[in-house]
Design a protein around this ligand. Structure first.
Ligand SMILES: *[C@@H]1O[C@H](CO)[C@@H](O)[C@H](O)[C@H]1NC(C)=O
Ligand SMILES: *[C@@H]1O[C@H](CO)[C@@H](O)[C@H](O)[C@H]1NC(C)=O
Ligand SMILES: *[C@@H]1O[C@H](CO)[C@@H](O)[C@H](O)[C@H]1NC(C)=O
Ligand SMILES: *[C@@H]1O[C@H](CO)[C@@H](O)[C@H](O)[C@H]1NC(C)=O
Ligand SMILES: *[C@@H]1O[C@H](CO)[C@@H](O)[C@H](O)[C@H]1NC(C)=O
Ligand SMILES: *[C@@H]1O[C@H](CO)[C@@H](O)[C@H](O)[C@H]1NC(C)=O
Length: 809
């Protein structure tokens, strides 16, 4: 019965019965309601509207994806009002879209075809070719040359120099208006080609030139990416970039988004589009924020710094955070006497804008240096190809623009910057001085350490406060007046209190300009929280990511220590997932969006932020949700930062929350990025199951959630874990995959657990997953666990309580 109804009411099926075709020839035309379908049924071409039936477009869309599926429109700026329109292939081999006998849109192939045919391919490319032409891939015209806002697997963006044809993405005005917006993304043909996102005629974001491995400004683009293959080709005839998916079953698209001013990469999960990658990502990704001869880094405050040997052009402006005039040399180059100039090597950079460059691929670095020294306007040089041992030569002339310094040096590349000999000398001098000072300091340090350990118990509080005040000043975190905050929060009225954080109450407030804020107030009585307070300010002030909560500023006045954050309308994640009513508001696509966002935030902390941060207290109540239910990790009071390659630490002060702590951390105080991965695993299970790890997932079980999940997994019964409010059957394969990933994160030995990079790759693709080994903590039953914690003298009156000290109070 239901099958008959389906046939009667499904128009697409009727088209199917009336012979589905992927091409039209001279004698044929396509009218409203008819479609072309690519040979394997992946893409469909026809007439569509974007919610307004009076605006009809000729478009191409994913046939089997119901949401945001349109990847190309022909007549974006020129919609048709009604359905009386026809697409025809004319005798010259051009596609012509007419409405009431007037031409709305047409192609213009330069060559005339004997026997033209227009075909929709499985790649989503609409092509016109000559049937008499035997060669494949010689198209008279193809839609891939004229993309809309979407880049598909296999599509080239760049230049066909012979044809003087540039292919770039152009954003739609909005989600339901495919008129061209002012945001575009494509390659500019400098000697060293660069890739820009333009807003109108202004550079908005620069990906950087291709350096043989990746775009200089795209550290996440790794050659061994399991999902994508990246390709860049540059020669006399063509310069282009394209990416393709390694597994044909993966569906992924890149969209230029006018609303958010971003280039977004999405992956289709089978149920929803997952945002896999976003550019620009932080403030330093905005083109030229810092002016000439500077570098931008999120690891220093202010984010703009002069290059070595340079000073602010206008100090007054520079000091008031107007960096537009940039920096100038402290001492002029001697140039004429080339022996008197030299170069300083700076590592970890996105190389400068390549507008004025020169490339020679056949010479090495030494010759490059000589060549640069011989030209007075050459300011910097480096290898044009950093793959392998490095090769080729690229030189920059004139002022250097839009350099970014990556906190993790291997994310960037080296650049040799020209300086006068006197400057080089002083840098060398400083270096040897530093070495001397370090060795003296090391000796002194031991002595001082002994002294302070001895002194510590009698250290007085006011001194500590002064110290914090000084540290905060050094940070340049915006300071709020106490009066501003008391006004905003109604003098910390109880009505404004929205929660209790690790070291004090949290209040909601509203600034005079209307912005809503959340204010964390360090309880004045608590001496214990001061370290956490400064840690939090120090760390979060330097962190900028869409999945981390933003610190707007702080206030430090006498006994009051306040942190001011952007306000998150939807509160914390735990109030959703552990609540019978509210959990129904989170359907599976939303939960997956949250999971993915947390993963990206954590990845940023672990790898991409300058500090390599271990959060140490990741849990549902520390994930906040904004108005659009985007997750933001908060509460960095327990976090630890690491320099360079250090990924593990040891502490005699175990902090964190029971139920989320990795075994090696809770037992031995050994923490690493892998203990955060463990906590992420717990969080993942909780989001899927809708129960706290410390609570029982199933009444008859004496196991905690991890134990329960593992038991069900071994019985091949993991389906039972999925929260009953996720009723959608289509979500199940994805949810099961998340459970699988979660169990990989929960494995007992840290070395077995994946990194957050792999977690994101596993969640965002259909790659094969290994079988998880037994999780940590599994054999312990709840009662044992409690005994274990009370033995250590912890305050465990409440599962959710954050344990802040081994010694208790
Ligand atoms: C079609 O075009 C003719 C002449 O240009 C015009 O008179 C007529 O109103 C149009 N019909 C529609 C439906 O737009
Ligand atoms: C290339 O095309 C642009 C416009 O698309 C035009 O301004 C320019 O003159 C062309 N260049 C050549 C060499 O034909
Ligand atoms: C732009 O991004 C927003 C937020 O991520 C999303 O809701 C919207 O659908 C995107 N627009 C397009 C055209 O993809
Ligand atoms: C590169 O440098 C070599 C050696 O100086 C020279 O022979 C060659 O012509 C140069 N190539 C280009 C493209 O300038
Ligand atoms: C230095 O390089 C610039 C840019 O390529 C060029 O215009 C200039 O002629 C060169 N000067 C010398 C002395 O070679
Ligand atoms: C860069 O260098 C690598 C290793 O030498 C080489 O395989 C690759 O072809 C080079 N790439 C370009 C664009 O020259």
């Amino acid at each position: 019965m239901s099958i008959i109804v389906y046939i009667l009411f499904s128009p697409s099926l009727i088209v199917f019965i009336a012979a589905e075709t992927s091409s039209i020839t001279l004698s044929q035309s396509l009218s409203y309601g008819k479609t072309l379908v690519s040979p394997s049924g992946i893409f469909e071409l026809g007439f569509c509207n974007l919610g307004n039936p009076n605006k009809i477009y000729l478009g191409i869309w994913y046939k089997n994806i119901p949401l945001q599926n349109i990847v190309w429109v022909a007549n974006g700026g020129n919609p048709i009002k009604d359905s009386f329109s026809i697409l025809k292939l004319d005798s010259s081999g051009n596609l012509v879209l007419t409405h009431n006998n007037t031409v709305v849109w047409s192609t213009s192939s330069p060559e005339k075809a004997q026997n033209p045919v227009a075909e929709l391919l499985d790649s989503g490319n609409l092509v016109i070719r000559d049937e008499n032409e035997a060669k494949e891939d010689t198209y008279l015209w193809q839609s891939f040359d004229y993309p809309s806002n979407t880049m598909l697997s296999g599509m080239k963006v760049g230049w066909d120099i012979k044809r003087n044809l540039s292919t770039c993405l152009i954003a739609w005005k909005s989600d339901n208006d495919p008129t061209q917006g002012d945001l575009s993304w494509g390659i500019t043909l400098h000697p060293y080609p660069d890739i820009y996102m333009m807003k109108g005629t202004k550079k908005y974001h620069r990906f950087g030139p291709w350096n043989g491995l990746r775009f200089s400004g795209m550290p996440l683009m790794k050659p061994n990416n399991p999902i994508y293959h990246y390709e860049f080709v540059s020669n006399q005839e063509v310069v282009y970039y394209r990416w393709s998916v390694k597994q044909t079953s993966s569906i992924s698209k890149v969209v230029l988004n006018q609303t958010t001013l971003e280039r977004q990469r999405y992956v289709w999960s089978g149920k929803s589009w997952i945002l896999y990658e976003v550019m620009p990502e932080d403030n330093c990704d905005h083109y030229g924020v810092c002016g000439a001869n500077t570098y931008c880094t999120t690891s220093a405050l202010p984010i703009c710094q002069c290059l070595k040997g340079f000073k602010p052009k206008t100090p007054e402006k520079w000091n008031s955070m107007d960096w537009s005039e940039g920096c100038i040399r402290k001492h002029p180059l001697s140039c004429q006497d080339k022996l008197n100039d030299g170069f300083v090597l700076v590592d970890g950079l996105k190389v400068p804008d390549t507008k004025d460059t020169f490339v020679n691929e056949t010479i090495d670095l030494k010759q490059c240096r000589t060549k640069c020294l011989n030209n007075c306007s050459c300011m910097a040089y480096t290898n044009s190809n950093i793959s392998g041992a490095g090769s080729g030569c690229v030189m920059w002339f004139g002022d250097l623009y839009d350099i970014k310094l990556y906190p993790v040096p291997e994310n960037g590349q080296s650049l040799y910057i020209r300086l006068p000999a006197s400057e080089i000398e002083s840098i060398r001098h400083k270096k040897s001085k530093i070495i001397f000072i370090t060795s003296v300091a090391a000796t002194l340090g031991v002595v001082l350490a002994i002294y302070f350990v001895y002194k510590r118990n009698i250290a007085d509080k006011p001194k500590k406060n002064e110290n914090i005040e000084r540290q905060l000043e050094d940070l340049d975190v915006p300071l709020f007046h106490l009066l501003t905050i008391t006004t905003a929060t109604n003098n910390f009225s109880l009505n404004n209190k929205i929660g209790q954080g690790g070291f004090g109450p949290v209040y909601k407030g509203k600034l005079v300009d209307g912005r809503e804020i959340a204010v964390k107030r360090l309880s004045s009585s608590s001496g214990q929280g001061i370290t956490e307070f400064t840690t939090e300010v120090k760390l979060i002030a330097k962190l900028q990511h869409r999945n981390l909560v933003r610190l707007l500023g702080c206030c430090f006045r006498g006994q009051e220590k306040l942190l001011v954050y952007e306000y998150m309308v939807n509160g914390s994640l735990d109030t959703f997932i552990f609540d019978k009513v509210k959990s129904k508001l989170l359907d599976w696509p939303q939960r997956f969006h949250i999971i993915f966002g947390i993963a990206r935030g954590l990845l940023y902390l672990h790898q991409d932020s300058q500090l390599r941060i271990i959060h140490r207290d990741l849990k549902a109540s520390n994930v906040l949700l904004d108005a659009k239910l985007n997750p933001k990790i908060s509460d960095f009071g327990m976090a630890r930062a690491f320099g360079g390659d250090q990924i593990e630490g040891n502490t005699n002060r175990v902090v964190g929350t029971y139920g989320y702590m990795a075994p090696e951390y809770a037992v031995d105080g050994l923490f690493s990025i892998k203990s955060d991965v463990f906590s992420f695993g717990i969080l993942l299970l909780e989001i899927i199951c809708g129960n706290k790890n410390r609570a029982l997932c199933h009444r008859n079980q004496t196991l905690n959630l991890v134990g329960y999940a593992w038991t069900l997994w071994k019985e091949k019964n993991a389906l039972q874990l999925i929260d009953s409010s996720i009723k959608d059957l289509c979500a199940i394969p994805e949810a099961l995959r998340c459970i699988h990933v979660s169990l990989l994160c929960l494995q007992q030995y840290p070395e077995d657990r994946p990194t957050m990079t792999s977690v994101i790759q596993m969640l965002g693709s259909e790659m094969e997953l290994v079988e998880p080994k037994e999780p940590g903590f599994f054999p312990r039953r709840i009662s044992d666990e409690e005994k274990f914690s009370s033995n250590l003298n912890h305050k465990t009156s409440n599962d959710e309580l954050t344990i802040t000290s081994l010694t208790g109070r």
